[in-house]
Design a binder for this molecule. Structure first.
Ligand code: HEM
Length: 506
């Protein structure tokens, strides 16, 4: 421990406490703030509520303080919204006012202070990035260009699983193979490339760096340095690791993917995928026109790596877990595909629209096991009003979308995994945000543009797995463990489950 630094920090803390008290007295009650626990100087509510601000803990606080409450986390204001009406206000009615994003010391590093799209404030740069990313990623044309590739990827998962004798006997961690599939699904779109196996050294490097990036960004461990700026010197070691990971990762994207694609284009022209452009070609065109710079290109690749791959994978993993634990649902789903498509006709993207029960299974998975349960934090750039309260500029706004979709006052037996609800009492509810109780992809300006890819990938993957296998818990277990792990944004399964995949005989 550096004692000189500690001494300086303690002195600074003391001065800051005195200053905070004086300033708060001078400022008086300028804002009519939302209710919340009583804050203390410097630390605010941080010592009372702790670090683990996951969807369940925030739900407990909403039950105590109401549908809108304020936590002072050191210097930061955190406003949590927990009703469909207030969610509508934040995401739709006042979508511009609350359309920015907060970053913190760690996200500043990983996004080059908002040179990306996901974590940039709402404004010119965001509009330009969203426009440039739409054609290469977020249209039905992209779905049609790549859907056969996705179908092919899941077929190869089926082949590999069948090859492994353990799959049908003691089971395998299916997620591992599905992770390779999701990388391939997205790397086909981005670079018209794929990885042959989990042993591919570049794939391993990429997966490790992406995993490290997620772990460092999702952790609550660095909160203290983020909430209380004078404690930031103690974060130096953590931030150094973040910088190293960020630099190595962007270099990997550049050296192995972006530059390779440029080389290929200059030697052979755009030969892959019947000469059609892949996403990076469109993005590089935008760079050539001077609309974005090279860093922006790399941050687009970074954003897709974090926003697209794991989120969809978590949802697939949750879907499989629920299907294993609800064999009657699995049977009904298989029966739907057998009767609508015919035994042996493997589900394709256009087929998914003819399979209401498959759609209901996906919706129910995204409701009960929402991959991004608090959405990506929003922010108001200027002072704003919400629910009759005043919200100081640059507050972090969390919409507890998980609670909106799991509140028993709004849903019948929400704790049950029951896809039938989306065919019966909730038949009109879609995943695109047409009902403010159900926002797995958010809604409005900052909603997820990737929904257009995620839903068909989920349908094809879950559909084909259920067509090919009976998915079961390992021998001696009646259910698999579905304990959750929540991070700053994510909700994923705590233990990657071993699943027995018993091939069906057609
Ligand atoms: C099941 C899979 C997915 C889920 C549950 C999901 C969910 C979400 C959510 C909740 C948000 C934040 C909405 C808000 O803050 O209001 C978001 C943002 C975003 N998602 Fe997704 N997503 C998924 C897949 C994808 C895919 C496949 C892509 C890209 C190919 C993608 C790209 C993005 C981007 C770029 C944003 C940021 C939008 C912005 O800030 O303007 N997502 N996603």
């Amino acid at each position: 421990m550096d004692f000189l630094l500690l001494e300086k920090t303690l002195l600074a803390l003391f001065v800051a406490v005195v200053l905070a008290i004086v300033i708060s007295k001078l400022r008086g009650k300028r804002f009519k703030l939302p209710p919340g626990p009583l804050p203390v100087p410097i630390f605010g509510n941080w010592l009372q509520v702790g670090d683990d601000l996951n969807h369940r803990n925030l739900t407990d606080l909403a039950k105590k303080f109401g549908d809108i409450f304020l936590l002072r986390m050191g210097q930061r204001n955190l406003v949590v919204v927990s009703s469909p009406e207030l969610a509508k206000e934040v995401l739709h009615t006042q979508g511009v006012e609350f359309g920015s994003r907060t970053r913190n010391v760690v996200f500043d590093i990983f996004t080059g202070k908002g040179q990306d799209m996901v974590f940039t404030v709402y404004g010119e740069h965001w509009r330009k990035m969203r426009r440039i990313m739409t054609v290469p990623f977020f249209t039905n044309k992209v779905v049609q260009q790549y859907r056969e590739g996705w179908e092919n990827e899941v077929d190869q998962v089926v082949v590999d699983v069948k090859k492994n004798p353990e799959s049908a006997k003691n089971g395998i961690v299916l997620r591992k193979r599905l992770q390779l599939m999701m990388y391939n699904n997205m790397y086909r779109i981005m670079f018209d490339t794929r990885f042959e196996s989990e042993d591919d050294p570049i794939f391993q490097k990429l997966r490790a760096l992406n995993g490290e990036r997620s772990r460092l960004a999702q952790s609550f461990d660095y909160n203290y340095g983020d909430f209380i700026p004078i404690l930031r010197p103690f974060l130096r070691g953590y931030l150094k690791i973040c910088k190293e990971v960020k630099e190595t990762r962007l270099k990997l994207f550049k050296d192995y993917f972006v530059d390779e694609r440029k080389k290929l284009e200059s030697t052979k022209g755009r030969t892959g995928n019947n000469g059609l452009k892949c996403a990076i070609d469109h993005i590089l065109d935008a760079q050539k026109k001077g609309e974005i710079n090279e860093d922006n290109v790399l941050y687009i690749v970074e954003n897709i790596n974090v926003a697209a791959i794991e989120t969809t994978l978590w949802s697939i993993e949750w879907g499989i877990a629920e299907l294993v634990n609800h064999p009657e649902v699995q049977k009904k789903l298989r029966h739907e595909m057998d009767t609508v498509l015919g035994v042996g006709h493997l589900v394709t993207e256009p087929d998914t629209h003819k399979l209401p029960y498959l759609q209901a299974v996906i919706k129910e998975t995204l409701r009960l096991r929402m991959a991004i349960p608090l959405l990506v934090p929003h922010m108001n750039l200027h002072d704003a009003k919400l629910g009759g309260y005043e919200i100081p500029a640059e507050s972090k706004i969390l919409v507890n979308a998980w609670w909106l979709a799991n509140n028993p006052a709004q849903w019948k037996n929400p704790e049950e995994f029951r896809p039938e609800r989306f065919l019966d009492e909730e038949a009109k509810v879609e995943a695109n945000g047409n009902d403010f109780r159900y926002l797995p992809f958010g809604v409005g300006r900052r909603s997820c543009p990737g929904i257009i890819l995620a839903l068909p990938i989920l349908g094809i993957t879950l559909g084909r797995l259920v067509q090919n296998f009976e998915l079961l818990p390992p021998p001696g277990q009646s259910k698999i463990d579905t304990a959750e792990k929540g991070g700053q944004f994510s909700l994923h399964i705590l233990k990657h489950s071993t699943i027995v995949c018993k091939p069906r005989s057609f």
